[in-house]
Design a binder for this molecule. Structure first.
Ligand SMILES: Nc1ncnc2c1ncn2[C@@H]1O[C@H](COP(=O)(O)OP(=O)(O)O)[C@@H](O)[C@H]1O
Ligand SMILES: O=C(CO)[C@@H](O)[C@H](O)COP(=O)(O)O
Length: 582
């Protein structure tokens, strides 16, 4: 490894912010910069980074472009030596799609600081659509049904693409635009995901999709390693143009690192980046997150960003309509298993704000009272359960809803619906418990069992049908270590409550930086650079294990067996409550 001063950047273009982290060649975090969309780019009038119109959720592409200029400006103002950056990679929110015009490539190629800001040079002419569909969108039920019908159902869709059809997945979103915005679709020359949108912007030329992130489209055949022709044909029937042409052909393989270009001369001239700075494909944010830690079999990552996701690395491709599988972004012949919840941070914040309003706390994002409630034994909620879905949920797939019930502590049978609990402090306990219980139950099928699980039990686990199941069904395959990452992982009380419920056998930890996606992107940039310049021949997992700094990880607590078992009847109650949701 060269010991000359050298840095590696990892971007994370997520829902509410653009973040960028820098590490040095020894994997030490050096610095980071953030741009918060709502507060730092208020001219776009987003709410938590998005526009919501009923079930349509979108993001302004111009805002992301302005954020890129701004984040580099912040690095330069902080006198960070951008000229010493050897390579850049990173990640972006998954599933979103950006619609580029015929002029896009020429405009990207001719970017120059003399012509103004990036946004002035690209918007509106480089795009046919000002907004990108966001992963919280719920408006494609019809398209999901049509696409699943095309391949004979959800099971087969999961077998082909790693997931059953989901509202937010890019295939159904593209199909909707091809059906409803015909002229715009016809005039679109290129479609990118958010990840290769940012890769393209950094390179100053259009770059194809990253193969791992392409698995979030319901269009990519994971076994065949190519787009699924019947699904592509189905979308092509809606227009006179070819979807594969718009996607710029095959995605970029993740089997070995692929150098896709050097940083655009715009950034070299404006921010003094090195013209040789290498760009490696940005991937999806969850995919980058699993690159942020040297994970072992049955370790789980709980990512508490805007969405909550539970992630595992596996070498088994056992697809199911009940979870997602993606090609691993940096490890050949491996996959990432994922459960994704729409109602994570924003649903928790809603309860936190209510508590603060009722208690005259002026700062609405002050978590003190919320956190205190989680471990307050005088708040008795052993027979209570609450579901808090201000947005339509992904798992279970239901419309926005709230439900508060009392249940029988012995059997988990539901007894009574309530309009509210005794106080909103009960909601604090109940929202965390139901979120964590759902994670615990739904991750089970993705873990290797320590004992033999019979067929019936495993099928019922998959369907989340926990009523009447023997205790062993959910005590058998448990996570080994749980790692908490993302914005809310800073919160001790939330993380400890999650840890109690999830019950990892070998302890609970958190990354000291909450920027796990950006960190995974930095590691991807560094390893890809070392690999392509022949300074390492190690595969990503060995490279990371060898060089990882365990001091970047903080031990939180061990799981508590009594607590873990005590939540079993609540798990049955949760399965019962979900059975009656619309
Ligand atoms: N101390 C805290 N306690 C609870 N939640 C928090 C805390 N700090 C940040 N968050 C939550 O983290 C979320 C942002 O996480 P982040 O990982 O930055 O999201 P994203 O990457 O999706 O933009 C916010 O919605 C906020 O509610
Ligand atoms: O839709 C998914 C994953 O399938 C989300 O996880 C998005 O990728 C957004 O991530 P965050 O902004 O919450 O990090």
């Amino acid at each position: 490894m060269t010991k000359e001063e050298s840095y590696f950047l990892g971007f994370d273009l997520s829902t509410q912010q653009l973040k960028c982290l820098a590490i040095d060649q020894d994997l030490k975090i050096v610095t980071s910069q953030n741009v918060d969309f709502d507060t730092e780019l208020p001219q776009y009038n987003t709410n938590n980074g998005v526009y919501i119109h009923a079930d349509v959720v979108e993001c302004p592409v111009a805002m992301w472009i302005e954020a890129v200029d701004l984040v580099f400006k912040k690095f330069a103002s902080a006198a960070f030596p951008l000229n010493k950056v050897s390579a850049i990679s990173g990640s972006c929110q998954q599933h979103g799609s950006v619609y580029w015009s015929k002029e896009a490539n020429a405009l990207l190629n001719s970017l120059h600081p003399n012509k103004g800001m990036l946004v002035e040079q690209l918007c509106p002419h480089a795009f046919t659509r000002a907004n990108a569909p966001n992963w919280q969108d719920h408006s494609t039920a019809k398209q999901c049904e049509e696409m699943e019908n095309k391949v004979c159902g959800s099971q087969e869709m999961a077998r082909i693409s790693g997931s059953r059809a989901h509202f937010r997945f890019t295939g159904p979103q593209i199909l909707k635009i091809a059906e409803q915005e015909k002229e715009l679709y016809e005039s679109t020359e290129h479609i990118t995901l958010v990840s290769n949108f940012l890769t393209s912007l950094l390179c100053g030329k259009l770059v194809s999709l990253d193969e791992a992130d392409a698995c979030g489209m319901n269009l990519y055949d994971i076994n065949e390693k190519k787009y699924c022709q019947p699904l592509v044909d189905f979308i092509n029937e809606k227009s006179n143009s070819s979807l594969l042409d718009k996607l710029k052909g095959a995605p970029i393989s993740c089997q070995t690192p692929q150098h896709v270009g050097e940083i655009s001369s715009y950034f070299v001239q404006k921010f003094d980046l090195d013209s040789k700075c290498a760009i490696f494909p940005l991937t999806g944010d969850n995919l980058a997150t699993i690159c942020s830690l040297p994970l072992q079999k049955n370790d789980v990552l709980i990512s508490m960003g805007t969405s909550t996701t539970v992630l595992v690395t596996t070498d088994q491709y056992h697809p199911s309509p009940n979870y997602h599988l993606f090609i691993h972004p940096t490890l050949a012949n491996h996959y990432m298993g994922m459960i994704c919840y729409c109602n994570g941070a924003l649903a928790r914040s809603e309860v936190c704000h209510q508590i603060n309003v009722l208690n005259n706390v002026e700062t609405k994002d002050d978590w003190t009272l919320f956190d205190k409630a989680l471990f307050d034994d005088s708040i008795k909620n052993d027979d209570e359960l609450g579901i808090y879905f201000p947005l339509g949920e992904i798992v279970p797939s239901v419309k926005p809803t709230y439900k508060r019930v009392k249940f029988d502590r012995e059997t988990g049978e539901l007894k009574q619906n309530l309009d509210s609990f005794r106080s909103v402090l009960h909601d604090a306990k109940n929202i965390i418990e139901s979120q964590a219980l759902s994670c615990r139950a739904r991750i089970t099928p993705l873990l290797n069992s320590s004992g033999k699980i019979d067929q019936e039990v495993s099928e019922r686990q998959l369907k989340f049908d926990y009523d009447q199941l023997p205790l062993s069904a959910y005590l058998n395959n448990r996570p080994k270590r749980a790692f908490f990452v993302g914005g809310a992982s800073k919160n001790d009380a939330i993380v400890k409550k999650f840890a109690q419920i999830i019950g990892a056998t070998d302890g609970n930890y958190r990354l000291k930086t909450s920027n796990s996606c950006a960190l995974g992107g930095c590691y991807k940039a560094l390893w890809s650079f070392m690999y392509t310049t022949k300074q390492t021949a190690l595969p990503f997992d060995e490279f990371l294990s060898k060089n990882f700094h365990w001091e970047d990880v903080e031990y939180i607590c061990d799981s508590n067996e009594e607590c873990y078992k005590a939540y079993s009847s609540k798990l049955i109650a949760l399965s019962n409550i979900e059975a009656i949701l619309d």
